[in-house]
Design a protein around this ligand. Structure first.
Ligand SMILES: Cc1cc2nc3c(=O)[nH]c(=O)nc-3n(C[C@H](O)[C@H](O)[C@H](O)COP(=O)(O)OP(=O)(O)OC[C@H]3O[C@@H](n4cnc5c(N)ncnc54)[C@H](O)[C@@H]3O)c2cc1C
Length: 551
C-alpha cells in the first residue's frame, strides 16, 4: 500500500492551498492531492464562449468576483501574478420587486432609491437592513450561540424572519432575491442564525450584496478564476491525482489513516485533510463513524441550486442605453405557474472587451432543457433591456452545478433551521482527519477567499499534529482545535434560561379576580363600590375582628 505523510482530498482552491502551504514550509513532506473529477478547480470553472467577431473569450461559470476585503484571495492572486479589474456598474439598474412592474434606479441598491420606489418601500428596506445589521453585529463567528437571540434565530428561517418584519412585498422580495443570489437557496429553508453568521464572516449583509466599495462583487479576475487552481496544480505537478475519488476513510488516534478510492485502490497517510464541501463529506464512509454533531451537520448542510448563465452579445448595447446590466428580479407574475428565470444579472464584458451578461437562474427551472432555459433567459432579458437583447444575441452558455459530480450544487452549502449547534463542530477533527473547504472558513466563508484561508488553517493544523510546531503560523489557527484561544463553543442550553416576568402571572390572576368580582356582582346586582371593595372589606374586617363578615 502506498504511504505518504499527508493526503489532501479535493483539488479545489482549499485543497490545493493546503498542499502548497505544506510544501512551501516543509518541502521534504510527501504530499498527495486526490481529486475525484478529471480537472482541478472545484467550484471554479473557466470556459471559452463564442463572442463578437467570431472569436472566443474566457468566462467564469463558477466563482468569479473578488471583494476588496478578501485579503487571502487578493494575496494569492498577487503571488500568482493574476490581475483583477473593476466590475462595470455605471448607469441605471433594473429591479422587479413587489410587483410585475420593472423599475430602474441609479443608487447602488434599491434601498437607497427614493423616486423609483415609494417612500414607504424605501423606509421599509432601510428599516429591515438596519434590524438585520443590528443582529449581525451581535454574532460571534467562532461561537454562534454566545448572544441572547441566537437560539430563537436558529429556530427561525430567513423567510419567516422577513415575513415578521417586512411591511411591503418589495422588501420581502428583496431579501428573497438576496438569499437566492448569495447562497442559491430559498430563504424558507435557511437558519436565520446561519445567515447572520455568514454576513458577519464577510463583514456585513451589505458587503455580501454590493458590487461597489467593500462589496463581494466589486472586482473580477482577468482571464478567469480557474487559473488560480491550474497554476497551483502546475506547481504541485504529479502530486495531484485526478479521477481519484475517495469513498472510505479508516482513521485512529495516533495511528495511520487509510483511504479507499472508488476504484478500489488503498492509500495510507499520517494526516488526512478533507477539502471537499460538507454535503460531499456526508457521502463518505468513516471508520470509526463520525460523532453525533458532525453526522447531524452533514445530514443538514445542503447545497444551493442556482444555474449560472452567460449570454454574449455583438455590442454592450445596455451601456449605450445608460444601463449597467444589473438586474434583480423576484420573477413573480400574476399568471399562475409562470416563472421568469432571471434572479440577478451583471455586466460580464471581459477585460478584452467581449460584451456579455452574466446571471443566475431560478432553481425551479432545473428540469427544463437547456434550449428552454436559453429561450426563457433571452425573453426575460428583452423584458429588462428591450429587443436588442434578442437582436444582438450571439451565444448562450450555462452551468448547472446541481449535476456536477463531487459537488452537489452551488455556490455554497448552507445550514437548515435548528442545526447551528451541529455547525459549530465544522472545523473539529475526527482522529487523524482535518477539515478544510470554504464552508469551514472564519472570514469570507463560502467564498474563494474563505477557501484559501481554510486551506492555510488545515496546513497549520497538520504541522501542529506532525509535531512540526516551529512551522506553525498561529494566525491561521483561528477557530482550530489547536488554537490557544480555542474553547469549545457553547451549544444551545437545554436548561430554563429564559426569564419569565412574575408580572405576567400577577396581571393574569389580577384580571381573573376583577372579572370574577364583576361576574359575581352582576349576578347579585351589588353597587359598584360594593362589587370592588366588598372582598377587601371582608378581609380587613376578618383581620381586625377575627370574625366572619355578617351575612
Ligand atoms: C456558480 C458559482 C458562483 C460563485 N461565485 C463566487 C464569487 O463570485 N466569488 C467567490 O469568492 N466565490 C464564488 N463562488 C464560491 C467559490 O467558487 C467557492 O467558495 C470555492 O471555489 C470553494 O473552494 P473549495 O476548495 O472550498 O471547494 P471546491 O471548489 O468545491 O473543491 C472541492 C473539490 O473536492 C473534490 N471532491 C469532492 N468530493 C471528493 C471525493 N470524495 N474524492 C475526491 N475529490 C472530491 C471536488 O471535485 C472539488 O474539486 C461561486 C461558486 C459557484 C459554483
Amino acid at each position: 500500500m502506498e504511504s505518504v505523510d499527508v493526503i489532501v482530498v479535493g483539488a479545489g482552491m482549499a485543497g490545493l492551498t493546503t498542499a502548497r502551504e505544506l510544501l512551501k514550509k516543509e518541502p521534504t513532506l510527501k504530499v498527495l492531492v486526490l481529486e475525484g473529477k478529471d480537472r482541478v478547480g472545484g467550484r471554479t470553472l473557466t470556459v471559452d464562449v463564442q463572442t463578437a467577431n467570431h472569436t472566443t473569450d474566457k468566462f467564469d461559470m463558477g466563482g468569479q468576483w473578488v471583494g476588496r476585503t478578501q485579503k487571502e484571495l487578493l494575496a494569492l492572486l498577487d503571488e500568482l501574478n493574476i490581475d483583477v479589474y473593476e466590475q462595470y456598474e455605471k448607469g441605471k439598474k433594473m429591479a422587479q420587486l413587489g410587483t410585475e412592474k420593472i423599475r430602474s434606479y441609479s443608487a447602488s441598491l434599491p434601498i437607497f432609491a427614493a423616486g423609483s420606489f415609494t417612500l414607504y418601500e424605501v423606509i421599509d428596506f432601510v428599516r429591515n437592513i438596519f434590524r438585520m445589521s443590528r443582529m449581525v453585529k451581535k454574532v460571534n463567528v467562532l461561537d454562534a450561540f454566545s448572544w441572547d437571540g441566537a437560539i430563537a434565530a436558529d429556530e427561525q428561517s430567513v423567510a419567516s424572519f422577513a415575513r415578521s418584519i417586512a411591511l411591503t412585498r418589495s422588501a420581502r422580495d428583496a431579501l428573497d432575491i438576496a438569499i437566492r443570489s448569495v447562497y442559491g437557496a430559498e430563504a424558507k429553508r435557511m437558519s436565520l442564525l446561519y445567515h447572520l453568521l455568514y454576513c458577519k464572516s464577510g463583514g456585513s449583509f451589505m458587503d455580501l450584496i454590493e458590487a461597489t466599495g467593500d462589496g463581494a462583487q466589486a472586482l473580477r479576475i482577468k482571464g478567469g478564476s480557474q487559473q488560480i487552481s491550474l497554476r497551483m496544480a502546475a506547481e504541485l505537478g504529479d502530486r495531484v491525482r485526478l479521477k481519484s475519488g475517495v469513498k472510505h476513510i479508516e482513521t485512529s488516534e495516533g495511528g495511520p489513516t487509510r483511504v479507499t478510492l472508488i476504484n478500489g485502490e488503498h492509500l495510507e497517510c499520517k494526516r488526512l485533510v478533507l477539502a471537499i464541501p460538507p454535503n460531499q463529506c456526508g457521502h463518505l464512509e468513516f471508520s470509526p463513524p463520525l460523532g453525533y454533531l458532525k453526522r447531524r451537520l452533514y445530514d443538514n448542510m445542503t447545497p444551493g441550486h442556482l444555474i449560472k448563465f452567460i449570454v454574449t452579445y455583438k455590442s454592450a448595447f445596455w451601456r449605450e442605453d445608460g444601463k449597467s446590466g444589473e438586474i434583480i428580479s423576484a420573477g413573480r407574475t400574476t399568471i399562475p405557474g409562470e416563472i421568469l428565470p432571471i434572479v440577478c444579472s451583471y455586466d460580464a464584458t471581459t477585460s478584452n472587451g467581449s460584451p456579455a451578461i452574466v446571471g443566475f437562474i431560478h432553481a425551479d427551472l432545473h428540469d427544463w432543457t437547456v434550449n428552454e432555459r436559453c429561450n426563457a433567459v433571452v425573453k426575460d432579458l428583452v423584458r429588462f433591456f428591450g429587443t436588442k437583447a434578442l437582436a444582438e444575441f450571439i451565444a448562450y452558455e450555462e452551468k448547472n452545478w446541481n449535476k456536477e459530480p463531487f459537488n452537489g450544487g452551488c455556490p455554497v452549502d448552507y445550514v437548515t433551521s435548528g442545526n447551528m449547534d451541529a455547525f459549530m463542530s465544522i472545523r473539529d477533527m475526527h482522529y487523524g482527519v482535518h477539515f478544510a473547504g470554504t464552508e469551514t472558513a472564519v472570514v469570507w466563508m463560502g467564498y474563494m477567499s474563505g477557501a484559501v484561508e481554510s486551506g492555510k488553517r488545515a496546513a497549520n493544523e497538520v504541522f501542529y499534529a506532525l509535531e512540526l510546531k516551529e512551522k506553525v503560523d498561529h494566525k491561521y489557527l483561528r477557530g482550530s482545535q489547536f488554537s490557544v484561544e480555542y474553547h469549545h463553543p457553547h451549544p444551545p442550553s437545554d436548561h430554563y434560561d429564559d426569564y419569565l416576568s412574575p408580572w405576567r402571572r400577577r396581571i393574569f390572576f389580577g384580571a381573573a379576580l376583577v372579572f370574577g368580582i364583576y361576574a359575581v356582582s352582576k349576578k347579585y346586582d351589588l353597587s359598584y363600590t360594593a362589587r370592588f371593595f366588598r372582598p377587601v372589606e371582608k378581609s380587613v374586617f376578618k383581620w381586625w375582628t377575627g370574625m366572619e363578615w355578617p351575612h
